[in-house]
Write a protein that binds this ligand. Structure first.
Ligand code: UDX
Length: 432
């Protein structure tokens, strides 16, 4: 199939590259000419393990190309994927669909033959109806179907999540579009992966409902962790004991800091707003949003307590600052709340992150980037393990830090409290 993917962000770039990997001829297009030029020069603008090599291979075999000629590529394609950003509109808390509708107007003027218009961006329920309305001119009659095909890609695991999906959701009532999409996904639909066809609006809601449920699961175990801390229980035992129940499942039950990233915070807020527009109150999702927002304050207070409220001039090291391991993404990372709080209390911050230095901290003179774990840990009064990168899992803190009062606050429960006690490290975890 000849595919045009509009938008070369996390979703567009990964989806377009993976579609080319399974044999399609793909043009990834973007209005940002600079971004396209960089891609054509082999520079990949996002940190996604394995993506660069996949891009190189498919560009070499001429299955994948990058262009800013959006209209030409729409014209020459059979399937057009809309993968543009839908950021949260700060005032309305709703997804901002400006870019989606701008692309829809472009498509409207370039329907030279039957095309399937696939919305992969995360959009509120009824957006497909609105896109259809924009395309629906007399000239375009029977020349298109608009369908919803939400993505379920985790940053850092996006290629694996694309190539081995639990399910492919296609929201469309068109038999023709359905059979084309089933064909398109055939190479990755293993016995385990299910091709699920439903209405377009159902597909739009499945995306939000899935993210909101995962956010709920995480918030639930985080609140269990709060109870565990007060009742001398290890929350890891609760996660295991609960997760063995197949109805619950053991994934997304790891207690930690507040959830972050570009999706859970945005999608939970947008879902509540969408429901409100249908006069429906989502009290559970609203509670999850509040609980997660409060989590940063709760952890900040814990840090103050760990340091006996004597934070002034203390050196606090963050191992990892992105919202989770495996990515360079700082969007809604918990440390963006914790670090300013600790700076205000007079501490000095050092950090090391495998994905490199962050512009977020360039303005703070009391935040120093360390080039490696050794340098970051040296001289710290408190080391906070903020993300779960593999290289953080076997650190010999005693060797790297001579401070006899050193404390380690492990937000990802990477270490065993008993082992840390054996080597006289004052260790604190989450829910333990
Ligand atoms: C998420 C969804 O998983 C994905 O399906 C969707 O397409 C996009 O949003 P992503 O935001 O990249 O993916 O990261 P994810 O791995 O889901 O983690 C989200 C947040 O939950 C992170 O802050 C992570 O640290 C946290 N998390 C995840 C936990 O705290 N505990 C867990 O057990 C899992």
């Amino acid at each position: 199939m000849k595919i045009c993917v509009i938008g070369t962000g996390y979703v567009g770039l990964v989806s377009g590259t993976c579609f080319s990997e399974i044999g399609n001829n793909v043009a990834c297009v973007d209005i940002d000419k600079k971004k396209i030029d960089k891609l054509n020069n082999g520079f990949v603008p996002i940190f996604e393990p394995g993506l660069e090599e996949l891009i190189k291979r498919n560009v070499k075999h001429k299955r994948l190309n990058f262009s800013s000629k959006i209209e030409d590529n729409i014209k020459s394609s059979d399937i057009v994927f809309i993968c543009v950003g839908t950021p949260t509109n700060k005032k309305s808390n709703q997804a901002d669909l400006k870019q989606v509708f701008k692309v829809a107007k472009l498509i409207k003027n370039n329907l030279n033959k039957y095309k399937i218009i696939v919305n992969k961006s995360t959009v509120p329920v009824t957006t497909g109806d609105k896109i259809e309305k924009i395309l629906n001119t007399k000239k375009n009659k029977n020349k298109f179907d608009v369908i919803s095909n939400p993505e379920f890609l985790r940053e850092g695991e996006a290629i694996r999540d694309f190539m081995y999906p639990d399910r492919v959701v296609i929201g469309s009532n068109s038999k023709k579009a359905n059979s084309v999409m089933k064909n398109l996904y055939l190479p990755i639909l293993k016995k385990r992966s299910r091709y699920f066809n439903c209405s377009r609006r159902a597909a739009e809601l499945i995306k939000y409902a899935s993210n909101a449920f995962l956010a709920t699961k995480i918030t639930f175990i985080n609140e269990m962790a709060n109870l565990c801390e007060k009742s001398n229980i290890d929350v890891k035992d609760i996660s295991i004991g609960m997760g063995l129940d197949e109805r619950i499942g053991d994934r997304f039950l790891r207690a930690g800091p507040a959830y972050g990233g570009s999706c859970f915070p945005k999608d939970t807020r947008a879902l509540v707003t969408t429901a409100k527009s249908f006069n429906t109150d989502l009290s559970i999702v609203k509670t999850v949003i509040n609980s997660n927002q409060n989590r940063n304050n709760l952890l900040n207070k814990r840090i103050l307590k760990l340091l006996n409220n004597k934070i002034n001039n203390k050196i606090i090291t963050f191992l990892g600052v992105t919202f989770k391991a495996g990515t360079d993404d700082m969007r809604e990372s918990p440390c963006l709340d914790m670090i300013p709080f600790l700076l205000k209390k007079g501490s000095t911050i050092k950090y090391y992150d495998p994905s490199g230095e962050k512009t977020n901290f360039f303005i703070n003179k009391n935040v120093k980037f360390s080039p490696n774990i050794k340098d970051a840990c040296n001289g710290a009064d408190l080391i906070i393990i903020h993300t779960e990168w593999n290289e953080f899992k076997q650190i010999n803190f005693r060797k790297l830090n001579k401070n006899k009062n050193l404390k380690v606050f492990d937000l990802r429960n990477l270490y065993s409290p008993s082992l840390m006690k054996k080597i006289n490290i004052r260790y604190y975890g989450i829910g333990r």
